[in-house]
Ligand binder design. Sequence first.
Ligand SMILES: *Cc1c(COP(=O)(O)O)cnc(C)c1O
Length: 407
Amino acid sequence: MNHPNEEWGLDTLCVHGGHKTESNRAHLTPIYATSTYVFENTEQGVDVFQGKEEGYIYGRFGSPTIEEAERKIAMLEARGLKDASGNPLELYALLHASGMAAVTTLLLANLKSGDKIITHPSLYGGTQEMIDKILPGLGIGHVIVDMHDEQAVRNAIQADPAIRMMYLETPANPTLQCVDLKKLTAIGREMNLVICADNTFATPLLQQPFAYDMDFVIHSTTKFLNGHGTAVGGILIGRDLQRMQGDVRKFHRLLGGNSNGFDAFLLCNGLRTLSLRMDKHCSNAMTVAGFFETHPKVARVNFPGLASHPHHNIAAAQMQQFGSLMSIELHGGFDAAVAFMNRLHICTNAVSLGTCDTLVSHPASTTHVGVPKEHRLASGITDGLIRISIGIEDAQDLIRDFQQALA
Ligand SMILES: *Cc1c(COP(=O)(O)O)cnc(C)c1O
């Protein structure tokens, strides 16, 4: 893995980070449409297998395009940070077929039967379902607490020695709740937990969880990192290089949630413009949130950039900008929400987020349909809530579209 170049700024890292000169001098790292790689001879094969020599073995284990995406994202998450000895922080990343595959590797590589996760009630729907429906069958339990109450977090961990992992997501889907990374990682460390964060909504450009005492970060690269909605993917990034390249990589390979050259190529392509896109996403979102906040038909706007958001101060302390996800509630509940969504012309009615175009979705009937209603309501996901991922169109065109749909 290349050492992060301390001199490089964000834009340069997005464009050049992680690239290695390709053997045929192709400008971009090509897509290797091959399932296996040829050894020069048996001895060389043995060396590559034992990790004594660098080289590719088999498609499930990685490819040049996959590794370029992994290095680029690891460098972005590490940029400007130092390790415990004051050297530039080095991270290791493993690209997966999806965000959920990255979550699966993370959980199974760190938890065994009898262990428990401590987390908060506003997780991504898929992660929540995984914790509710799949982990219990493996003997892995969970404790859900309001992570804004530090004493409650401490008490819960002290009361239950089975708790092994703290899992954080900030800002979180779809009411944009934020948790305090600095305070919670300090508690997690004190209590000897494995500490993980889902950084999908913020991206490494807006928030660097490894600035705190974080062990692992995951992203759904499907979202802002790819940025164009062209491929599903996920990445798991870790600080303990030995573990990442040892047992965590073993879980990645054996669980089989590997990515592929084509998706990795699309991801690398998207990452080159990440910095440009995020600035526009964020400034558009600020403008649109301001518009919604003053509109008489909008009952509520959940956007961490607004001073009215309950976690505005947490977001302001740990994020560079506030991202482009928001949710709104209209006066008139479910029927008003459906009518509003059906009247939109520019905005796309689709789940997912972080694409160039603005996406609008209805969590109660789509992303959170598998989450029990009482859980859903407890985390503020009412029947009339509309989630919006603001794109990089002209803010004024978006506002005109929202205005006519509200009229
Ligand atoms: C989309 C998403 C996931 C899951 O990622 P997939 O790529 O859909 O598997 C996990 N966490 C967050 C916050 C997400 O938005």
